[in-house]
Design a protein around this ligand. Structure first.
Ligand SMILES: [Zn+2]
Length: 762
């Protein structure tokens, strides 16, 4: 990323007077949204004091301590870390406790992977200790390499290479006339969440699944391998969960939808819905190479081939593989550390901030680099409290356990406290690790304007411009079209990413409908240590944010966000950007359907014209696709109308807030703010439906969800989008109606909030 950065710098120097849209970047004199002028000034002063406190020296020391030993769920050091975090919260004067849940957490008992033919080979399944890396030799405490929530299994079958194991890869295999029925598949890591690979493989009839880290993606093709460089060494393995959380729910598989408390009713193991259907094991490219090298059959399509020094064939066979896996299906405790700062004016309105503390092994990058920022924020806030700062709302700091297996600690806490959270939680802010580079913002679009505002007040520690400016210029550099560049220059706010899943905001946003943010710095340093024994203090302090200045920036950014949300007289939600986003989604969905119709029409014509017969190479036979019905037209009018009315009420609310801003501090107005803020808290809940999404009722949000076939990747307006993608057109049409109804309700709520605000001063 460094050559790219040099380009960004030149760009700024050449065009110093570049317009940054309505709110001039870096200007921090303007009144804060949701604050009266006096409150805004006082808030600015407290925030400035806050940002001076986080210290890279502390971040480094916390990381050294928290990543000193392996600390996965159920390990002694996981508990030890939770207690250490608790001691610190208490030492800083915060009201803190540990909340424990009992969850299903499988660990490996038997792992055998061997090639029986055409030659014999036994996979090592072992990451070696390196002399230079002092924590890599903690063998007795390290979890073996495995995928959590794979079922037990003992299978022998021919091997088939399936690229990344995505649904479209199987379509390609169909064209090659290759079936994976009864086979064991081997897929590359990345391009989809890992749990999608065994899911799709099983749906196509495979009986086992291997996932390997391809050197083209995070090994020697990108840079030197660890310990010489940051990339994955030949025996490095990515552990990770393969729980089918997107079709069912994340959290403890035995207590879906309710907290895993001691007296919770638990499903028997064989009724747990989120385990895989076939056994699955992650392997290194060292172990994968002999298996792939022995494959015959057609050559893999060009774009499937990696950079191992072998011809990439698809199979099936003659590679014959034996995979045997057995797990200890134990119940283990998870320790969530919770600290509370009570609100002085509105204690029943909660701002929640979380990062997990458990790791697959030592986890310096994932999650400790985010956890240390959280700790430093908590320390800084406690210092402000001693100086007389009184947050208006209640602030809750949480260090989650059990995120890695699949959001266990955060989900169980959310499910246990669901009623209170629905009543009180205004915003949840998440981080999950941090690196060096550009600020990335994801979250609810009602918070888009807010987080853009925070980013304008944080300085990039290396480039010395605001992190907002740097994010904007990087986005311009990467934008593909002139229209995109124009929008980036002219729109007041940068668009934030919609959230899928893969980290602890999931239960808060998708299940409870709490407006959420997920924040991090990154993009400059490559790495190939994710979920391996080499994600440790040595790696982080040699190859990532080595002087912890981006750790400090993260603490400054998130801490400022927490304070600004906690202190605002009126919660700083904005609905104009939300309405704009909904309009964009509506247009995207119409285009998705039109493209799909066109694609199928074209393919049917090619089949009729004999194109597949004409391009068929008799010596390398392929199979022609079959004719498909062209998708019907869908009625998007209800959604367009709902988006229009949302736009109108959002503008009305924005005007009302601007008009009343000056009087927010008046006593007569102050008395009415409680009711207004309750409506604002409700605004994200209105975008949910208690019945949830089709076939996955745990997911209640109608605008954001993880994709059933993308996992972490978001599907916006998921009911409609997945209906179209998965060819359930009647369902898509019903979902349009449900989404439109939610948007109309949202619009009515915002309209009522606008009137509440206008009436407040009278
Ligand atoms: Zn993590």
């Amino acid at each position: 990323m460094r050559p790219f950065l040099a380009m960004v710098l030149i760009f700024t120097l050449v065009i110093p007077s570049l317009s940054f849209g309505a709110d001039q970047a870096g200007s921090n004199q303007a009144g804060l949204v949701g604050y009266s002028p006096r409150a805004s000034q006082s808030e600015r002063e407290w925030e400035t004091k806050f940002r001076a406190i986080p210290d890279p020296v502390n971040l480094r020391e916390y990381m050294r301590r928290l990543s000193a030993r392996p600390h996965h769920v159920g390990s002694p050091y996981d508990k030890d870390n939770a207690e250490w975090i608790l001691v610190h919260f208490k030492e800083w004067g915060l009201d803190a406790h540990i909340e424990t849940f009992d969850v299903l957490f499988p660990t490996p008992k038997v792992r055998v992977l061997e090639m029986l033919a055409p030659t014999k080979f036994t996979a090592k399944l072992e990451e070696p200790a390196l002399a230079i890396d002092p924590t890599s030799n903690q063998k007795s405490e390290q979890l073996p390499t495995y995928n959590a929530y794979s079922i037990d299994g003992d299978v022998t079958a021919p091997l088939v290479f399936v690229n990344y194991g995505l649904p479209e890869d199987y379509e390609k295999l169909d064209r090659l006339g290759i079936s994976v029925k009864g086979a064991i598949v081997i897929a590359k890591y990345l391009r989809s969440w890992r749990g999608v690979k065994p899911k799709v493989a099983a749906e196509h009839g495979a009986i086992g699944c291997l996932i390997y880290s391809e050197p083209q993606d995070d090994g020697y093709s990108r840079d030197n391998v660890f310990p010489l460089g940051p990339m994955r060494p030949p025996d490095g393995v990515q552990r990770g969960s393969v729980m089918d959380f997107a079709s069912a729910s994340p959290g403890d598989p035995l207590t879906p939808g309710v907290g895993a408390t001691p007296d919770a009713k638990r499903l028997p193991l064989n009724e747990a819905k989120s385990l895989t259907k076939i056994p699955v094991l992650p392997i290194s490219y060292g172990d994968a190479q002999p298996l792939l090298a022995a494959l015959a059959g057609p050559m893999a399509p060009e774009e499937w081939r990696g950079t191992l020094p072998i011809p990439y064939h698809v199979g099936p066979g003659p590679t014959q593989v034996h995979l045997k896996l057995a797990f200890n299906w134990d119940i283990k405790p998870v320790y969530d550390v919770i600290a509370k700062i009570p609100g002085s004016v509105a204690p029943d309105e909660w701002i929640i901030r979380g990062n997990h503390h458990d790791a697959w092994v030592n986890g310096a990058e994932d999650p400790v680099s985010g956890q240390v920022a959280l700790l430093e924020e908590a320390r800084a806030l406690s210092l402000l409290l001693k100086q007389g700062w009184k947050p208006r709302r209640t602030i809750i700091y949480t260090a989650w356990d059990g995120e890695e297996p699949m959001l266990l600690g955060s989900t169980e806490w959310a499910e246990t406290h669901a009623d209170e959270l629905r009543a009180h939680a205004a915003v949840y802010i998440n981080t999950d690790g941090n690196d060096r580079g550009i600020f990335s913002m994801g979250g609810s679009h009602s918070l888009e304007q807010f987080i853009n505002g925070v980013a304008r007040d944080i300085e990039d520690p290396e480039i010395k411009m605001t992190v907002w400016q740097r994010a904007q210029l990087s986005a311009i550099a990467e934008a593909k079209s002139a229209d995109d560049k124009k929008e980036l220059r002219e729109r007041a706010d940068l668009r934030i990413e919609a959230l899928g899943s893969g980290t602890d905001f999931t239960a808060y946003l998708d299940h409870l409908g709490i407006a959420s943010l997920n924040l991090a710095y990154g993009g400059e340093d490559e790495g190939g240590i994710y979920h391996s024994v080499y994600d440790d203090f040595y790696w982080y302090t040699h190859f990532s944010d080595t002087d912890f200045v981006y750790g400090r920036a993260l603490a400054q950014t998130v801490g400022t966000s927490v304070m600004r949300l906690a202190d605002a007289e009126v919660l700083p939600f904005d609905f104009v950007n939300l309405a704009d986003t909904v309009e964009t989604y509506t247009k995207n969905l119409e285009k998705l359907l039109a493209d799909k119709q066109e694609e199928i029409r074209e393919r049917n014509q090619e089949i009729d014209e004999g194109m597949f017969k004409a391009t068929f190479d008799p010596r390398h036979p392929t199979v022609a696709p079959v004719r498909e019905e062209v998708p019907p037209h869908l009625n998007f009018a209800p959604m367009q109308n709902a988006a229009d009315s949302l736009t109108r009420s959002a503008k009305h609310y924005q005007q009302a807030l601007e008009q009343e801003q000056a009087s927010l501090g008046d006593a007569a107005v102050a008395a009415k703010l409680g009711a207004l803020n309750r409506e604002l808290i409700e605004s994200e809940r209105r975008l949910t439906n208690p019945d949830g999404l089709p076939r996955r009722s745990w997911y209640k949000h109608l605008l954001y969800a993880p994709g059933v076939y993308s996992g972490y990747g978001v599907k916006t307006v998921p009911g409609v989008r997945e209906g179209i993608e998965q060819k359930r057109y009647a369902e898509a049409e019903q979902e349009i109606v449900r989404v439109s109804k939610a948007l109309e309700d949202e619009s009515a709520l915002i309209e009522s909030a606008a009137r509440e605000l206008e009436g407040a001063g009278r």
